[in-house]
Design a protein around this ligand. Structure first.
Ligand SMILES: Nc1ncnc2c1ncn2[C@@H]1O[C@H](COP(=O)(O)OP(=O)(O)OP(=O)(O)O)[C@@H](O)[C@H]1O
Ligand SMILES: [Mg+2]
Length: 358
C-alpha cells in the first residue's frame, strides 16, 4: 500500500474522539475527526476513508442515521463502518445491522481488541480494492465502446463503398443484358434478378446506415436524429414527435454527436422492445453551456431499483451512461411503472468569449 489507511473517527464529544484518536495515533493510520453525523457525511464524500468508527448516540443525526445515509449513496455504500456504542443490548445491535453497520465495539472498549479490529479491516482494504476494480471496469468499457464505434464506422464504409459499388456495377450489367434479351423468358428471369439486386442494395444501404449513418459525420446530429426518427416511425408504427430547438446545420464536437446519436438509438430500440408506448417524444435543446437530449415515452415504465440489484447486468442502459460520461456529459433516467420513461442526456458546451459555443 502506498499510503496509510485513513480512519475517520465520528463522535460528538471531544473526550470520545480523543480516546479513539490516542489509541490509533502512531499506529500506521491517517486519522480524520468529525464532531457530528452531518460533518462525517460531508467528509466521507470527499475523503473516502478506509474505515469509519462511528459513535451511535449523537445529537442531530445519530449513528444509525449516518449509516443509513451512507449506504444509500452510490460510491459510499460499501465503506466499512464500525459502530462504537455503549448500547450493548440485542435490540440496538439489530438496529445497527439494519442500518448497515459491519461491526460493533462496545464502550468502554478493550484497547487491544479495538486496535486488532481496526487493523484487520484496514488490512483487508476491500473498500478501496472495490473502488479500483470499478474504475478499471469503467475504463475497460470505455475502450470497448471506442473500439466498437471505430469498427462500426469501418464496416459501414466498407459495405457502402466496396460492396455497394460492386452491386451497382452488377445491376448495370444485368440491366444491359435485360435490354438485349430477345426472348421473353430470359427477359423475365433478368427482371427478377434486377429486382433481387435492387432489394439487396436497399438492405445493404440500410445495414450500413444502421452501423454508422454517414450523415452523422457529414451533416451532424440533427439530420442523423431526423433520419433515426423517420426509421423508428416506419418500423414501429408509433407516433414520434421530434423537436429540435436549433437550426439543422449546427455542429457539436464529434464525440458528443456520436454519444447523443447512440443514446437516442438505444433509447428508441428500448421503447420499441419494452415500453408498449403509444406516443414518443424526442427533444434536442441547446441552452448556453449545455446540449440536452430528452426522450420520453408514455409506456409501461419499469422499476429502476430492480435493475440495480446485484447480478443484473443491463448493457443497454449502462452503455448509454458510459457514452454520456465519455463525452463529458451525464445521463438521467426517470421511470415509473405504469407511467412511462424519460431519459435525459446532458452534455456541457464550452461557451467562448465572443458568444459562440463549441
Ligand atoms: N422505455 C422503456 N420502457 C419500459 N421498460 C424499459 C424501457 N427501457 C428499458 N426498459 C427496461 O429496462 C431493462 C434494461 O434495458 P437495457 O437496454 O439495459 O437492456 P435490454 O434492452 O433488455 O437488453 P440490451 O442489452 O440488448 O439493450 C429492459 O429489459 C426493460 O425491462
Ligand atoms: Mg436495450
Amino acid at each position: 500500500m502506498d499510503r496509510y489507511p485513513l480512519v475517520l473517527i465520528v463522535d460528538d464529544t471531544p473526550s470520545g474522539r480523543k480516546a479513539l484518536e490516542s489509541l490509533l495515533v502512531n499506529q500506521g493510520y491517517e486519522l480524520a475527526l468529525a464532531g457530528s453525523g452531518e460533518e462525517a457525511l460531508a467528509l466521507d464524500e470527499r475523503l473516502k476513508p478506509d474505515l469509519i468508527l462511528l459513535d451511535v448516540m449523537m445529537p442531530g443525526m445519530d449513528g444509525f442515521d449516518v449509516c443509513r445515509s451512507l449506504r444509500a449513496r452510490p460510491g459510499l455504500a460499501e465503506m466499512p463502518v464500525v459502530m462504537v456504542t455503549a448500547l450493548d443490548d440485542a435490540e440496538s445491535r439489530l438496529a445497527g445491522l439494519e442500518s448497515g453497520a459491519d461491526d460493533f465495539i462496545s464502550k468502554p472498549f478493550n484497547r487491544a481488541e479495538l486496535r486488532a479490529r481496526v487493523r484487520t479491516i484496514t488490512r483487508l482494504n476491500r473498500y478501496h480494492a472495490l473502488l479500483e476494480e470499478r474504475e478499471k471496469l469503467r475504463q475497460l468499457s470505455q475502450q470497448v465502446i471506442a473500439v466498437q464505434e471505430q469498427e462500426r464506422r469501418n464496416l459501414a464504409v466498407e459495405l457502402h463503398d466496396e460492396i455497394g459499388q460492386s452491386l451497382t456495377g452488377l445491376k448495370m450489367l444485368v440491366g444491359q443484358a435485360r435490354n438485349q434479351a430477345s426472348d421473353p423468358s430470359s427477359a423475365g428471369r433478368l427482371d427478377l434478378a434486377l429486382g433481387a439486386i435492387g432489394d439487396l442494395i436497399a438492405r445493404m444501404r440500410d445495414l450500413s446506415l444502421n452501423l454508422r449513418p454517414g450523415m452523422l459525420d457529414d451533416f451532424g446530429l440533427h439530420p442523423a436524429l431526423a433520419w433515426l426518427a423517420g426509421r423508428f416511425r416506419e418500423q414501429s408504427g408509433l407516433q414520434l414527435d421530434c423537436n429540435f430547438d436549433e437550426s439543422g446545420d449546427r455542429r457539436f464536437p464529434p464525440a458528443m454527436e456520436t454519444a447523443a446519436f447512440r443514446i437516442a438509438q438505444e433509447a428508441l430500440t428500448n421503447i420499441a422492445r419494452h415500453a408498449g408506448a403509444s406516443r414518443v417524444r424526442l427533444h434536442l435543446a441547446e441552452t448556453p453551456g449545455q446540449l440536452a437530449l430528452e426522450i420520453e415515452d408514455d409506456g409501461q415504465g419499469f422499476d429502476l431499483e430492480a435493475l440495480r440489484q446485484p447480478g443484473r447486468v443491463s448493457t443497454g442502459l449502462s452503455g448509454m451512461q458510459e457514452r454520456a460520461r465519455m463525452a463529458g456529459g451525464a445521463l438521467d433516467l426517470q421511470s415509473t411503472p405504469g407511467r412511462g420513461t424519460r431519459l435525459t442526456a446532458t452534455f456541457p458546451l464550452v461557451v467562448e468569449k465572443e458568444g459562440t459555443q463549441t
